[in-house]
Design a protein around this ligand. Structure first.
Ligand code: AP5
Length: 218
């Protein structure tokens, strides 16, 4: 059986990370989040982190060659034999074309692409209310999906953090970068008949059911 490559497209706050985590559990294949990899590099102050920090905090995209290098290296690891879920990649046409070349070279064929559609007012609430656990990666929302105890992870008791780019100014830039650079990928994949639309505005469990059934149909 060919390894499957799932791509989750969607605006900042659309729920890519939330759905990728759940799908990874269900399919037993890894989630590859370029945002998480970059944030980890920033935290550890590696060369990559130092290169990416300012761009990320400003809500701008990190250069294609940097992100493509990260993904190529991550995909080549042995835990991806059965497949992987890309969360936050590709985000530009150059990245999408790069991914197509890498998948072809691995004999993996076309990706299964799901677009999580969510209205802008909902996105803003999701982004300003998001809190994350840096120990286990669990994602919360103080308005929509709060932890049992204020600002503390239910699973391991770690104090929850607000992401450095979840402030009004960065969110505005991230949404603009999405509209200018990433939205064109919807047409790119639609033209190739690879795109499935999922209504991402419903509760996470309902979105998750649609994600799974869309992948089965694809
Ligand atoms: P990245 O980490 O990918 O950020 P993003 O695309 O802005 O997306 P988010 O992580 O903000 O949102 P999400 O869709 O994952 O939503 P989540 O599930 O967390 O990238 C960060 C930065 O890194 C970029 O700005 C860029 O600088 C750089 N970067 C990364 N990849 C790059 C690339 N390929 N090229 C260049 N640069 C790159 O959910 C959000 C909130 O909503 C949470 O609070 C959650 O609990 C809640 N929520 C989720 N789903 C639901 C639901 N169904 N109902 C109610 N609440 C929900």
């Amino acid at each position: 059986m060919k390894a499957r490559a799932v791509v989750l497209l969607g605006a900042p706050g659309a729920g890519k990370g939330t759905q990728a985590r759940e799908l990874s559990r269900r399919l037993s294949i890894p989630q590859i989040s370029t945002g998480d990899i970059l944030r980890d590099a920033v935290r550890r102050q590696t060369l990559l982190g130092l290169q990416a920090k300012a761009k990320m905090e400003a809500g701008e995209l990190v250069p294609d060659e940097v992100v493509c290098g990260i993904v190529e290296e991550r995909i080549s690891q042995p835990d991806n034999e059965k497949g992987f879920i890309l969360d936050g990649f590709p985000r530009t046409l150059a990245q999408a074309e790069f991914l197509a070349r890498v998948l072809r070279a691995r004999g993996q064929g076309e990706p299964q692409v799901l677009n999580l559609g969510v209205d802008r007012d909902i996105l803003l609430k999701r982004l300003t209310g998001r809190r994350i656990c840096t120990t286990c990666g669990e994602i919360y929302n103080i308005y929509l999906n709060p932890p049992r105890q204020d600002e503390v992870c239910d699973k391991d008791g770690t104090k929850l953090l607000r992401r450095a780019d979840d402030n009004e100014e960065s969110i505005r830039h991230r949404l603009a970068a999405y509209e200018n650079e990433t939205q064109p990928l919807i047409d790119y994949y639609r033209r190739q008949n690879l795109l499935r639309e999922v209504d991402g505005s419903r509760p996470p469990e309902a979105v998750s059911r649609d994600v799974v059934s869309s992948l089965r149909r694809a």
